[in-house]
Design a protein around this ligand. Sequence first.
Ligand code: NAD
Length: 307
Amino acid sequence: MTQNSSINSFTPPTTIGFVGLGNMGYAMANRLAEAGYTVTVADLNQDAVKQFCAESGATAADSLQALGAQSDLVITMLPEGNAVRKVLLGEGDNVVSGLKDGAVLIDMSSCSPVDTRVLGEELLAQGFVMIDAPVSGGKYKAADGQLAIMAGGDLEIVERCRPVFEILGKLFHTGGPASGHAMKAMNNFLSAGTLALTAEAVITGSKFGLDPEVMVNIINASTGRSNSSEDKFPKFVLPKTFNSGFYLGLMAKDLRFAVDLAESENTPNGFINLLSGLYDKAEKDLGFEADNTELFNYLESLVESEE
Ligand code: NAD
């Protein structure tokens, strides 16, 4: 029983419109289709749409307006806020122009909390509520329904959406509108930070003669451990697979949101600015679609170029 079990909740076969079938969205939409929801999808990448519909039995939307009209709930899982704004309210075809009264919008992308506040108010002025519900966990946890979901906005509406969220992971209500996006920006600041710190430690120790694998094992039994040392290093960095499924450019974008948030709240931002600058440089060097764990290679290349 949930706290608000009297609320009419979105259970199957509720119709869900899902926009954004990338690394994360594909796996998430697939879980919803498997759970019995009626899913209609859209993405700029038509190959992803075709493959998804063939695999899951979902329907491809004829347009964003049609997707809005067919859905009780519309989920966006897009790179960032400009794409979300374009899909929901953009000129020409958009979701909101088709939306039914009472339909709910959930943005699960990681976006700037400052921009999300503005977008949420614009949508509310048109009679629609948007919950910001970004996630942490990556594509493997998305496929297993093990994401951490940080939902900001009206608690009653978040509770109505609980059955949908629980198919995707563990739900946390973070507070008012845009608080989910603020939480996600701060989490990714920490996540990017431990990756960069662990990389510097391993590169420095290895140059002195320590074995990287031995180092990571010892870090993981010591106080320097983190998700980066426990998960990313053993799976993606040490074996050099670099296939975590999270683009470096997306992490660099999340850090820019952390910079914006610290600026808008006038809080200490030394580490945030430093880290954001580092990821921006790495993105310029390695490209947007490099895996975020390739930050290790970027830092290693700096050592070599100084020799
Ligand atoms: P992705 O780049 O793999 O997928 C984004 C998808 O959106 C693509 O299929 C693209 O074609 C589509 N798209 C872009 N603009 C569009 C538009 N205007 N209309 C329709 N479709 C459009 O990204 P991802 O890794 O799936 O990440 C999605 C969001 O989730 C991002 O905000 C990211 O920061 C966040 N996130 C990613 C991870 C991860 O591990 N990959 C983890 C947590 C959160």
